[in-house]
Design a protein around this ligand. Sequence first.
Ligand SMILES: Nc1ncnc2c1ncn2[C@@H]1O[C@H](COP(=O)(O)OP(=O)(O)OP(=O)(O)O)[C@@H](O)[C@H]1O
Ligand SMILES: [Mg+2]
Length: 249
Amino acid sequence: MENHKQAQPYELLVDLFLSEESLDVSATRDSSIINIKEVVRQSPRLKRFAGHADDFVKPVFIDKGQQGFVFRFEHNKRDLCLKLFYDYQAPYTVQERTLAFICPFACEARAFARLCDLHENGHWAVQCHGWMYLTDSQLQQLQRVSGRERHDPSWNNARWAIVKDFIAEEPLSRQDEGFQQIISNFVIPRRGYIMPQNVKKDNYRGTLIVDLGSTFTFPFYRSYASLYEFNAIYRSIDEYGVPEWDGCH
Ligand SMILES: Nc1ncnc2c1ncn2[C@@H]1O[C@H](COP(=O)(O)OP(=O)(O)OP(=O)(O)O)[C@@H](O)[C@H]1O
Ligand SMILES: [Mg+2]
């Protein structure tokens, strides 16, 4: 294993965005009781995947994207999906703390944490089961099922992962009944001060978005995400719907 060097500093991420408690999915879905101002005042902290210490059962490689490798596996008889993030290198020098905010793992963790805090887990985005930091043996298990991709240099220092439901459906088309739901569900991230930046058909399965690695969850560094941009994005969704879909804008 070449993965002895620590990836993104563990302590820092756990301090900023992650909680060591396990995520109880059923407790994060009922959206009836929320004081949004109170929720936004707290820093969003994602809880840990309850099965984080277990071996993966029947892991299957699904895909690799710009941010990570994606796998399916079984847990308590459910099909789950794990996105293992590549070690993130900022394109220019930034402080470690800033890096911890802008890396795709943290962006995705913060967004799912906010959705859980709002009791909206699984309503706009796929239901999240929490974060995990892979052990050597879990990494080896995934690498073994990755075919040609097992030699990809992106495995170096990849440790951080987010676990979600696996959704077998394809993304909807504009013509499909239910497409309107995709648009109207944007009230949820808007209420949660989550700014999406990569809304496209590829990031959807059924009516749910599966990729939150390019979102910013407020409060955030002004130089990366301003409320002005946040409002502009939602105004554009109100006026034009979602931008890229079925090859048309
Ligand atoms: N929960 C899921 N259920 C089923 N398929 C999924 C799930 N999550 C991701 N996928 C599939 O894996 C692909 C890559 O996942 P994701 O978009 O999270 O990774 P990424 O690195 O951000 O990819 P990209 O750079 O292409 O956007 C998705 O486009 C989708 O086809
Ligand atoms: Mg994607």
